[in-house]
Design a binder for this molecule. Sequence first.
Ligand SMILES: Nc1nc2c(ncn2[C@@H]2O[C@H](COP(=O)(O)OP(=O)(O)OP(=O)(O)O)[C@@H](O)[C@H]2O)c(=O)[nH]1
Ligand SMILES: [Mg+2]
Length: 183
Amino acid sequence: MFKAKIIVVGPCESGKTAVSNFLGDQTDHSESNYHPTAGVRILEFEQQVKSRNRNVDVEIELWDCSGSEEYESCWPAMASNADSVIIMYNPFESSNKLQLNNWFDYFVSGQGLKEEYCAIFAHCKNKEATKNISSPLSDNIPFYVTNLDGDPDQLKDAFTKILGRVLSKLSDSREKEELSIIN
Ligand SMILES: Nc1nc2c(ncn2[C@@H]2O[C@H](COP(=O)(O)OP(=O)(O)OP(=O)(O)O)[C@@H](O)[C@H]2O)c(=O)[nH]1
Ligand SMILES: [Mg+2]
């Protein structure tokens, strides 16, 4: 069994908890009251991913992190040993876009994570607004426009793609470790 730690970061109220709950099948996502996350919530679930023509079970730890500056002192623990980072923002809030570089610099480049294992979710709370949005950061980071009301399966597909890329990294490093034991 492979294990993956995936952290979800980004500005307050961008939808990190709603999306994390949906991905982890924790609650009904139609719950509309906003409850700011205190620090971090860790959701654990399993998902099957296709890798190199076989189905592989992955045990996922999804870290739904608070967007509040109040918890910046927890960033090192959140970032520690993360296999992937999902940066979520509201594309209609200009202040959100300005903050994105901070999240990216700390959680992706600051940790030496390759951009291909991370993702940006431009999360639109209004499903009508999901067209013509382009990535605010490097084109090398996979970019998805997401929404829970329209076609939430698109969100599941995006997550499965991220997981597929993370899994190939994890299986490569496991193979290397196995070879190093024989050699
Ligand atoms: N209609 C609709 N509402 C959404 C969607 N995504 C999030 N929301 C609502 O937006 C509000 C904020 O979402 P949260 O997921 O709590 O935001 P957050 O990013 O976790 O915020 P912090 O924990 O403070 O960092 C909540 O009231 C959600 O129900 C969506 O796709 N559609
Ligand atoms: Mg939250």
